[in-house]
Design a binder for this molecule. Structure first.
Ligand code: MN
Length: 240
């Protein structure tokens, strides 16, 4: 039998559709909290030939692995549970070997997933690909980033899933940033989302003009110091 993939992210996506992001987040946290002890108990029992203890540990690890999409770990635990139930201590000791490696892989995948679940989501609306790359590089270690090249795409998508904050380029082809802001603000779920204007225009009246138009903050491009961008973002997200 070919081993199944170590980790199946679609399991979590499916669960999120059914029960929501908060519940998935809790399931992942519970797994990360309890699975290390279950893995350790199973290894100890398997190596010392304690079939009853191994069967219990394998059974509980198996069901928690399934819930988070840890397919290979689920199969391994199932195999160990069968050996334990058959009181086959030699097979237990032999087949417990890959457990550590499998669990380490799943743990790092889930930790990454947990970070993306708890990270605030920032939408970047910017037509210049270089600027999108720079903005993403500055922000992606701390935030989940979604990008749009133009206003209409952003308006359609963000109305369905509101971000925590929006970075909006003023100079966009077609609808400019001020018009995009007006349309975003007209959408119920986006009315209160902080929006930062990104503009290359170093005009002295830009700031007051943009704040008057309804932007919460203004950041001039090029961004020379990351604090110029991260400062206003943290302030606006903290003030929410
Ligand atoms: Mn632009």
């Amino acid at each position: 039998m070919t081993p199944r993939p170590e980790f199946d992210p679609s399991t979590l996506a499916r669960t999120e559709r059914m029960v929501g992001r908060r519940a998935v987040n809790e399931i992942v946290s519970l797994f990360l909290e309890h699975a290390p002890a279950e893995v350790e108990a199973l290894q100890r029992a398997a190596r010392s030939g304690s079939c009853d203890a191994a069967a219990r540990a394998a059974h509980s690890l198996r069901s928690s692995a399934f819930n988070v999409g840890a397919l290979r770990l689920y199969d391994l635990a199932g195999e160990l549970e069968r050996h334990a139930t058959a009181r086959d201590a030699a097979a237990l000791e032999r087949d417990v070997e890959p457990l550590d490696g499998s669990f380490a892989l799943v743990r790092s995948e889930l930790e990454r997933h947990a970070r993306s679940l708890t990270a605030k989501r920032i939408a970047v609306i910017e037509d210049n690909p270089d600027n999108r790359v720079l903005t993403r590089a500055l922000l992606e270690s701390r935030f989940e980033i979604v990008e749009f090249e133009n206003g209409p795409d952003a308006i359609a998508a963000l109305g369905e899933a509101a971000p925590d904050l929006i970075l909006l380029d003023i100079s966009l082809p077609g609808l400019d940033g001020v018009e995009v802001l007006r349309r975003l603000r007209a959408i119920d779920v986006l009315g209160e989302v902080p929006v930062i204007a990104l503009t290359a225009h170093a005009m002295s009246d830009d700031r007051s003009r943009l704040l008057e138009a309804g932007f919460d903050e203004y950041v001039a491009k090029p961004i020379l110091d990351e604090a110029d961008l991260i400062g206003p973002i943290d302030r606006l997200l903290g003030a929410k």
